[in-house]
Design a protein around this ligand. Structure first.
Ligand SMILES: Nc1ncnc2c1ncn2[C@@H]1O[C@H](COP(=O)(O)OP(=O)(O)OP(=O)(O)O)[C@@H](O)[C@H]1O
Ligand SMILES: [Mg+2]
Length: 373
């Protein structure tokens, strides 16, 4: 036994030398693989939204456009589905399925499940000559904290990205709507998503001003749900709440039409089905608070502008982008409250991804934006 210990101790320096050499070789190999991956890998743009996740691959186009929902096995945590398949399970899932919405109010609430969701969505799209390695440019809300930005980097890295680059959503959206953001004239953008509303003024390649409120389309869905529950004792699905928002809510109440919608749900106290007729003015009044919050944010941004910026803004309309900018009467309400011209971007839900895709397609041209990330 003693001999054995002595022998082991004597041979340690040799082993140490070998292990040091091996570490150096592994390190060099790692760096060589890294630079090889950098050369052969492809570029991906990701718009990681509270409600929807959209991904673009250079040379292929948009290959993922799905709700940000993940379903896992509740026993072993393995992913079962993601996107619309997982979203369809909300309220209908068996006991062994756990559902996750890993993003909340524009931020990652659960980095591990965000990574699993991204990995699952990418795996589902892997066909043909899908690259083995990819670098990801991910949009990050300008209002996000350092911790939230780190969570995005962590989730993207865990999902398999060789390198991760953060692009501020305001910069991505500005490029997406075709602004020449290094022009000396300032422009105003309002991003209205599912979980967050961002207001920004961009110009000279920079974000001159930005502010955000954790209010979005999902906040309005929840307000509709709560109103119907407390006023009519009816429990509806979030799908129904979203449908009511898209069809019945008018931000500018003077423009509300007379049509009604049949709303069906569960009688909250007794159980069983219950239906009511809902008219636009009533439900529009019920969601006034989150809508006013968005208008206040824009008004505050305008109140904080310097005279030079204000005179720039007078010549160009305020651009609305993001899915919620399609809400009936919202542009009209903003015009009425601010006195500025307003325009909705073409395909507003895709503006941010479009800008981020332009950056990964031609990073050299947008290098000034990337240094801000
Ligand atoms: N026609 C419409 N009318 C009203 N709201 C709409 C309409 N179409 C989509 N929306 C809403 O837009 C929201 C989704 O927008 P978007 O995909 O831009 O959000 P996101 O990027 O996932 O969220 P965020 O940027 O806040 O993290 C949803 O709440 C959806 O209900
Ligand atoms: Mg968004």
């Amino acid at each position: 036994m003693e001999f054995y210990i002595l022998g082991k101790t004597n041979s340690q320096p040799r082993i140490q030398r070998w292990s040091e050499k091996l570490t150096v070789h592994i390190d060099r190999l790692g760096r060589a693989i890294g630079s090889f991956r950098d050369r052969v890998g492809s570029e991906m743009a990701v718009d990681l939204g509270t409600t929807n996740t959209r991904m673009y691959l250079r040379g292929r186009g948009i290959f993922v456009d799905e709700p940000s929902v993940l379903a896992t096995d509740s026993l072993n945590g393995e992913p079962l589905s993601a996107g619309s398949n997982a979203r369809n399970l909300i309220g209908r899932s068996p006991d062994y399925v756990a559902l996750h919405k890993p993003l909340c109010a524009g931020a990652i609430a659960d980095a591990a499940h965000t990574a699993l969701m991204l990995r699952y969505l990418i795996a589902g799209a892997r066909k043909g000559n899908f690259p083995r390695w990819y670098r990801m440019a991910v949009t990050a809300p300008s209002c996000g904290t350092r911790l939230e930005r780190r969570a995005i980097i962590e989730a993207a890295t865990k999902s398999g990205a060789a390198k991760v680059l953060l692009v501020p959503t305001l910069i991505a959206a500005a490029i997406g709507v075709g602004y020449k953001i290094n022009s000396p004239r300032a422009r105003m953008l309002v991003l209205l998503g599912g979980g967050v509303c961002e207001v920004g003024i961009v110009g000279l390649g920079h974000i001159i001003y930005s502010d955000a409120a954790r209010v979005g389309g999902e906040t309005i869905d929840h307000a509709i749900y709560e109103y119907l529950l407390h006023r009519y004792n009816i429990q509806i699905t979030m799908e129904m709440a979203e449908k009511i928002k898209e069809e019945l809510v008018y931000a500018e109440s003077s423009a509300t039409p007379h049509e009604t919608m049949r709303v069906t749900g569960r009688e909250a106290r007794k159980g069983g089905l219950k239906s009511i007729e809902m008219r636009p003015p009533e439900i529009s009044r019920a969601v006034e608070t989150p809508i006013n919050c968005i208008v206040d944010l824009i008004q505050e941004a305008l109140d904080n502008c310097s005279p030079a910026v204000l005179s720039d803004l007078e010549n160009f309309p305020i651009i609305l982008s993001g899915g919620l900018s399609l809400l009936h009467g919202l542009p009209e309400l903003i015009v009425k409250m601010t006195g500025f011209r307003v325009a909705v971007a073409a395909n507003p839900s895709y503006t941010t991804l479009k800008g981020c895709s332009a950056i990964v397609d031609d990073p050299k041209q947008h290098i000034y934006c990337l240094t801000q990330a």
